[in-house]
Each structure stands twice: as structure tokens, then as C-alpha cells.
Ligand binder design. Structure first.
Ligand code: NAI
Length: 257
């Protein structure tokens, strides 16, 4: 096998949660272009259909599946549907997430619970169900959690978000240990700032432009810049990488001054 062949995802089925927009939509297209059959999963099926059409138009294979990661019954149903459409999921990209920035003292419990339920419980629910199915079939797999540099560093206004992503990072490490010997690798990426629907209003503001300009790279990331790191973790090219949290942030995390 040639080195580049180990990056190919032919015959792999990859479920991307939150694939209807932003990072998830970009990763779904990119992984499809590397050969995977994509299960594009999120709550907004009509938006997923647009992502699926884009993948199909680019010569890839994809299916839209309704999924609410906070609801275990929805998770089971989505995986049943994915299996009937394409087969068992080999690669899981836990990308669905929300951010509701606000100062700690004024953040209400409902907002905190919503962020934790989506960003942490959602990863837990989907990973548990995918892992159970892989183990039952004695299949190997790769799980990639989309954490954040805010799960490692901290920022004012991100108490619930940072806590949820830090929890995802620790879950990643424990699962790498628990599942690694069964051939299931669990890793995370920690993106810096990428302009998506989650933050586009902020990055259009003067404060957002100033933040991007003073970051080490002098700019926000481009969505395609997440594909290479995810592909490394997803494919056989990364077969000995397990339990890592890979920042993809243009050195944002390491900048002290
Ligand atoms: P986005 O708002 O465009 O995408 C979030 C996706 O999650 C959407 O498709 C949404 O429908 C889905 N989603 C939300 N709740 C869901 C639920 N209960 N069930 C199923 N799907 C659900 O935002 P973006 O930026 O693409 O976010 C994707 C991931 O990347 C999130 O986990 C986010 O925390 C993470 N991230 C984003 C960064 C950025 O700068 N944009 C930086 C670091 C991490």
C-alpha cells in the first residue's frame, strides 16, 4: 500500500453529527471526497438534504438522517436508519454543538443544561451507541470529537461551553483507554475560531475582527483546514493515534503575549 492510500476512506461509513451547517457540512463533504459514504445527521433534515445534494454533485455518496443528539431514542433511531441506508458506521464525527455565551452570574440553569446536553450528553449518547454496535460486531472504528480550544484554555463568557468541551476532552481520553484494544480509536480536535453560523455575527463586528487580527495567525481558520486533521484521525494513516486532543488553531492556544 502506498502511503497516501492509507488516508483513503473507501468502503468506510462516516456519520457526521450536526452536518447541516458550518464545520459539520464541510467535514461531510471533505470525508466524502476521500471515499467515505456519509451519514449526514442533524435535526434540520431539509438543510441536510442540501448538504447531501452538494456531496452527490461532487461525485460522493451521502444520506440525510434526522438526529437529535440529546435524545437517546433519536440516536438509536438514527443509527438504525444509517445501517439500513448504508451499513454499520465505522467513523463517527461528534460535531453537533451549541454555544450560548454569557457571563457566569447571569447564565440561567436552562441555558447551561442546554449547552451541556448538546455538547456533552450528545457526544456521550452517540458514542455509546456507536461503540456498542462496533463491539457487538467486533469491528474497528474511529471516533473524532469536535472539542474546542475553549475546552483547554478559557475565555470570559464561556463557563458552560468551556466546561462542556473540557468534559468532552476527558471523555475522549477515557474512551481511548477503554476501547483501544477493541480497535476503536477515540480522538478529539480542538478548533480555534472558524466563522460559522455559531459566531458569524461576532466576527462581522469590530470586536470580532480585532480578535481575529490579534490572534497568532492574524485570521480565523478556513473550514477546509479542519479536514486534514480529521482525515488523519479518521483513516488508517492515524492507526496508532489514540486519545489525543489536536488543536487546530493557528497557535491561538499557545500564545501568551
Ligand atoms: P453551527 O451552528 O454551524 O453547527 C452546529 C451544528 O450542530 C448544526 O448543524 C446544528 O444543527 C447541530 N446541532 C445543534 N444541536 C443539535 C442537536 N441537539 N442534535 C443534532 N444536531 C444538533 O456551528 P459550527 O461552528 O459548525 O459548530 C460545529 C462544532 O464545532 C460545535 O461542536 C462547536 O462547538 C465546535 N467548534 C466551533 C468553533 C468555531 O469557531 N466555529 C470553534 C471550536 C469548536
Amino acid at each position: 500500500m502506498l502511503p497516501m492510500d492509507r488516508f483513503r476512506l473507501d468502503d468506510k461509513i462516516a456519520l457526521v453529527s450536526g452536518a447541516s451547517s458550518g464545520i459539520g457540512a464541510a467535514l461531510a463533504l471533505g470525508l466524502a471526497q476521500c471515499g467515505a459514504t456519509i451519514i449526514a445527521a442533524a435535526r434540520r433534515v431539509e438543510r441536510l438534504q442540501r448538504v447531501v445534494s452538494g456531496i452527490t454533485a461532487a461525485g460522493g455518496r451521502a444520506h440525510a438522517v434526522a438526529l437529535d443528539v440529546t435524545d437517546p431514542a433519536s440516536v438509536r433511531g438514527a443509527l438504525d436508519r444509517a445501517e439500513s441506508l448504508a451499513g454499520p458506521v465505522d467513523i463517527l464525527v461528534n460535531n453537533a454543538g451549541v454555544a450560548e455565551p454569557s457571563r457566569f452570574v447571569t447564565t440561567n440553569a436552562g441555558s447551561r443544561d442546554h449547552v451541556m446536553a448538546t455538547n456533552f450528553d450528545g457526544v456521550w449518547n452517540l458514542t455509546q451507541e456507536v461503540a456498542k454496535r462496533l463491539l457487538a460486531r467486533k469491528r474497528s472504528g474511529s471516533i473524532i470529537n469536535v472539542a474546542s480550544i475553549l475546552g483547554i484554555g478559557a475565555g470570559v463568557g464561556y463557563a458552560s461551553y468551556s466546561a462542556s468541551k473540557a468534559a468532552v476532552i476527558q471523555l475522549t481520553r477515557v474512551l481511548a483507554l477503554e476501547l483501544g484494544r477493541s480497535g476503536i480509536r477515540v480522538n478529539a480536535i480542538a478548533p480555534g475560531w472558524f466563522v460559522t453560523e455559531m459566531n458569524d455575527a461576532f466576527f462581522a463586528s469590530d470586536a470580532g475582527k480585532a480578535l481575529a487580527a490579534r490572534s497568532p495567525a492574524g485570521r480565523t481558520g478556513e473550514l477546509h483546514e479542519l479536514l486534514g486533521p480529521v482525515l488523519l484521525l479518521a483513516s488508517d494513516a492515524g492507526s496508532y493515534i489514540n486519545g489525543v486532543v489536536l488543536p487546530v488553531d493557528g497557535a491561538h492556544l499557545v500564545a501568551l503575549v
